[in-house]
Design a protein around this ligand. Structure first.
Ligand SMILES: CC(C)(COP(=O)(O)OP(=O)(O)OC[C@H]1O[C@@H](n2cnc3c(N)ncnc32)[C@H](O)[C@@H]1OP(=O)(O)O)[C@@H](O)C(=O)NCCC(=O)NCCS
Length: 142
């Protein structure tokens, strides 16, 4: 049974960072100084817990009035394909609505575009490189 939590303690935030380091730094080769950044202090963080393990994470932050950016969406490799990505995104979207935000933006790694399309995000930019990885901007009105 998986539970999605809005992070409320420094301890939980560290657990979110551990998932991100495993996925983005170890698996995808993103430099650690890019992966963990200053926005981690202000963003809302989410984690998925299964038994006693944290297996997925994401963060969201307002970037302009009513518009927020979803970032660092990740599921540990061995837990992918179980709709946990969808699960955490739904919680992020619910939280965003509760904040009164009306639009969510994100930079999707190009290979993950079909995942975000399942959630009704649409592509809004040509491909660009971020941390050496091809991305495209996407967004959704909520
Ligand atoms: C992208 C990611 C978060 C998806 O998480 P996940 O838990 O495996 O995805 P889900 O099981 O919730 O997938 C939901 C749906 O999207 C589809 N989907 C997921 N990833 C996909 C992909 N790369 N290509 C095509 N379809 C994909 C699934 O098949 C599923 O479809 P269904 O509803 O018809 O069964 C995960 O692959 C991941 O953590 N990747 C590494 C980190 C990363 O690249 N994050 C994205 C940064 S922008």
């Amino acid at each position: 049974m998986q539970i999605v939590k809005l992070v409320t303690t420094e301890e939980e935030k560290k657990l979110a960072f551990q998932v991100r380091l495993k996925v983005f730094v170890e698996e995808q080769g993103v430099p650690e100084h890019i992966e963990l950044d200053e926005h981690d202090q202000t963003a809302a963080h989410f984690i998925v817990q299964e038994d006693n393990q944290i297996i997925a994470a994401a963060r969201v932050r307002e970037i302009e009035e009513g518009v927020a950016k979803v970032e660092r969406v990740c599921v540990l490799k061995e837990h992918r394909g179980k709709h946990l990505g969808i699960l955490i995104m739904k919680h992020v979207e619910q939280y965003a609505k509760e904040q009164g935000w009306h639009k969510l933006k994100l930079h999707a790694q190009s290979y993950a575009i079909p995942f975000y399309e399942k959630l009704d995000y649409v592509v809004t930019s040509p491909e660009f490189l971020d941390a050496y990885i091809p991305h495209r901007a996407m967004e959704k009105n909520i």
